[in-house]
Design a protein around this ligand. Sequence first.
Ligand SMILES: [Zn+2]
Length: 211
Amino acid sequence: MLLCSTVLIDLLPFTQSGIPMIRKVKLKPSLKLIALFFTFPAFMTACSNAKTVSAKPTSKELYLISHPSKPTITKINTLIPHAMTWYNNVEKTLYSKGRPLTNSEKKMAKVLGVRNPGAVRVVILDKFPEPNNKTVNNHFEGARAMGNIIMIKPRHKKDSIVLCHELVHVAQKDRMGLKKFLTRYALEREVLGYSRSLLENEAYARQQAIQ
Ligand SMILES: [Zn+2]
């Protein structure tokens, strides 16, 4: 079973210290970038190989996801354009370094709902890119999907369950569109946290299909 990384991802996204800095205080451009860096991880679908217990969302939590507060909408709307640009840049940079899916992987991708399995690229990387053009070796993060790019740490490169999990995230992006997917993912992370996120739980549930 998998667990997306809870280190970089859960430490700082949408913290009380990060977002209000962007919303309420005029920052120098360099400080804005630092603030954005600390909030960006909420848009990452990074995964590794453990699984926490997840309780189903309460009706109140579901309401908060479908009716987000104004401050939440404001902060997500502030970050989404940057997140989309970052995703696109990562795709452009890593596309030529990745391998296409094999025929059997393409079949699996189709079953999972990936619209264009031929466009997916799998990149084996020791260090995954971070928003401010840095790379960070977060040991707990085993894999991550960004657009059609699936990054996998070397220790998981032969793990079809990890690939399956990330393909579900690609399929989620395909069915919702990147902007809606990132918005929804960030909202679920904000309200439910990583391990109870519905999009993550869908990925965990569907990866079981090949186990
Ligand atoms: Zn995931």
